[in-house]
Write a protein that binds this ligand. Structure first.
Ligand code: B12
Ligand code: SF4
Ligand code: SF4
Length: 374
C-alpha cells in the first residue's frame, strides 16, 4: 500500500472539506499522555465523569489508544478556524453586558459541522485505501470531542499546533481559535513532525486567568476553570470562585484572548461559524428575562444549550452581581424567588455582591473626599 500517497490524499481531502489544517500522528504512547491518569486521580475533571471511564481491566479509556482502539495505527488530525472579526472578551467594558465564549456565537453545533467534514475526509481515505492491495483490515473511527481520545496530544504530534501553557493547541499561522476533529485508522500513514513549543518565556495566559485555574504551565484544574463552571458544572458554584467569573455567562476566552499568537489571528472561512446577531456580549437583562421557551428557541442549535436553562440563569445572576450595576437589583430580586433553588441562591449571593460593591464605591468616594480636604 502506498502510504505516502494515502497521506497526501487525506490532506487534499481535508482542504476540500474546508479544514484549515490537517496533519498525521502515529497512534503512539506519547509522553504527554502520562499526565492524564494523574490529572484524573487528582480530581481535576470534577463532575465530568465521562473522562474517567475505564475498560474491563480498569484502565482509563482515554489514557492511551492501546486501550481505546488497539487496532489504530495512525491519527489524522483536522482543525478548523472558528475565529470571527468581533472583539475579545478582554475589551468588554459595558457593565450591562455579559460574555458568551467565541466558539458559541454561532447557530451551529460545532460537533455536527466538524463531524460532517471529517466524514468527507474519511470517505475519500476509505475509497483510496480500498483501491489498493490490502495487507490489513481497514478500520476508521471519526471523533469530535466525544471519543476516548485526548485530542490535543495527537494534534501536537501531527504538527497541527503545539499545546500552549494555557493547554490549548496553537498554530503558528492561525492561532488557537480552532476546533479539532480526529480520524483513527488502522492504516500506517506517514506521520508528520510534531509542532515545536513556541510559548517561550511568555506567561500571559497564566497571569490573566481570573480564577487561578492553572496548577502550573500546561496543567489546568478544570474544576476552577470558568468554562467548566459555566458549562459543565450543575448546581452550586463554589463561592470563592464566583467573583473571578466576572461577567462570563458561558465559557471563557481570557487565556486565549491574551495570547500573543491570537493577536493577528485570521478570521475563519467556514460559513457555519459566522457569529449570530446579539450573542457577542449579550445583554444581561435579556438573559435574566429569557423564558424557557425563548431559551430553547434561541439556543436550539447552539452549544449554549449544554448549560441548560437553569445553568444560564445561575451564570447570569453571578454576572449581574459582578457587574456592580445597581440597575440589576430588580432582576436579581426576581431571580432570588426562582423555583430553582440553585438559581435563587446565586441571585441572593449576587444581591449581596451588589451591596458590597456599592459600599466599596462609597468608601472609595469618602476616601477621595478625605484626601481632597487635606
Ligand atoms: C474536558 C474538556 C474541557 C474541560 C477541561 C479542559 C482541559 N484543559 O483539560 C473544560 C470544560 C474546562 C474545557 C474548556 C475548554 N475547551 Co475543551 N475539551 C475537553 C475535552 C472533551 C477533553 C480534554 C481532556 O482530555 N482534558 C484532560 C487534560 C489532562 O487534557 P488536555 O488539557 O487536553 O491536556 C493534555 C496536554 O495538555 C498534555 N501536555 C502537553 N504538554 C504538556 C507538558 C507538561 C509539562 C504536562 C504536565 C502536560 C502536557 O497533557 C494532557 C494529556 O495528558 C476536549 C476534546 C478531547 N476529546 O480531547 C475538548 C477540547 C480540548 N476543548 C476545546 C475548546 C475549544 C475549549 C475551550 C476553548 C472552550 C471555551 N472557550 O470555553 C476551553 C479552553 C479552556 C482551556 N484553557 O483548556 C477544544 C480545544 C481546541 C484547541 N485549540 O486546543 C477541544 C479539543 C474540543 C475540540 N474537538 O475542538 N474543555
Ligand atoms: S478558560 Fe478562563 S478560567 Fe479557564 S483557564 Fe482559561 S482564563 Fe482561566
Ligand atoms: S499566552 Fe503565552 S504562554 Fe500562554 S499559551 Fe499563549 S504564548 Fe503560550
Amino acid at each position: 500500500m502506498d502510504v505516502l500517497k494515502l497521506a497526501n490524499v487525506v490532506k487534499a481531502a481535508a482542504r476540500e472539506a474546508g479544514f484549515d489544517l490537517c496533519g498525521i500522528s502515529a497512534a503512539g504512547e506519547f509522553r504527554e499522555l502520562e499526565y492524564f491518569p494523574r490529572w484524573i486521580a487528582e480530581g481535576r475533571a470534577g463532575e465530568m465523569s465521562y473522562l474517567a471511564k475505564r475498560d474491563d481491566q480498569g484502565r482509563l479509556k482515554r489514557s492511551s489508544l492501546a486501550v481505546a482502539a488497539p487496532w489504530a495505527r495512525s491519527v489524522v488530525v483536522c482543525a478548523i478556524n472558528y475565529n470571527s472579526p468581533q472583539p475579545y472578551s478582554t475589551e468588554l467594558t459595558d457593565r450591562s453586558r455579559g460574555w458568551i465564549s467565541r466558539y458559541a456565537w454561532t447557530n451551529t453545533d460545532y460537533h455536527e459541522a466538524v463531524l460532517r467534514r471529517l466524514r468527507e475526509v474519511e470517505a475519500k481515505l476509505i475509497a483510496q485505501a480500498s483501491a489498493q492491495p490490502k495487507e490489513i483490515e481497514l478500520r476508521t473511527w471519526c471523533y469530535v470531542d466525544t471519543g476516548p481520545v485526548v485530542e490535543r496530544v495527537f494534534a501536537q504530534h501531527s504538527g497541527v499546533g503545539w499545546v500552549g501553557k494555557n493547554t490549548c493547541i496553537i498554530n503558528q499561522g492561525i492561532g488557537s481559535w480552532l476546533f479539532l476533529g480526529v480520524i483513527l485508522t488502522s492504516l500506517d500513514l506517514v506521520p508528520d513532525l510534531p509542532a515545536p513549543d513556541r510559548c517561550g518565556t511568555c506567561s500571559a495566559c497564566l497571569d490573566a486567568c481570573p480564577t487561578n485555574a492553572f496548577i502550573a504551565p500546561y496543567q489546568l484544574d478544570a474544576t476552577k476553570c470558568i468554562s467548566y463552571l459555566t458549562i459543565e458544572k450543575r448546581g452550586e458554584i463554589p463561592e470563592e470562585l464566583r467573583e473571578g467569573m466576572g461577567r462570563n455567562i458561558f465559557g471563557c476566552d481570557i487565556c486565549q484572548d491574551v495570547c500573543p499568537w491570537n493577536r493577528e489571528a485570521p478570521v475563519g472561512r467556514a460559513p457555519e461559524f459566522a457569529p449570530r446577531e446579539g450573542l457577542q456580549a449579550p445583554s444581561l437583562k435579556w438573559m435574566a428575562e429569557m423564558t424557557v421557551d425563548e431559551f430553547r428557541e434561541t439556543f436550539r442549535h447552539s452549544p449554549v444549550k449544554r448549560a441548560k436553562f437553569s445553568g444560564l440563569k445561575r451564570n447570569t445572576a453571578i454576572a449581574m452581581g459582578n457587574s456592580g450595576n445597581l440597575e440589576f437589583a430588580g432582576h436579581l430580586r426576581k431571580l432570588a424567588e426562582d423555583d430553582d433553588e440553585s438559581v435563587a441562591e446565586h441571585a441572593r449571593w449576587a444581591l449581596g455582591e451588589l451591596e458590597r460593591r456599592r459600599h466599596l464605591g462609597e468608601d472609595e468616594r469618602t476616601d477621595m473626599q478625605k484626601s481632597a480636604q487635606k
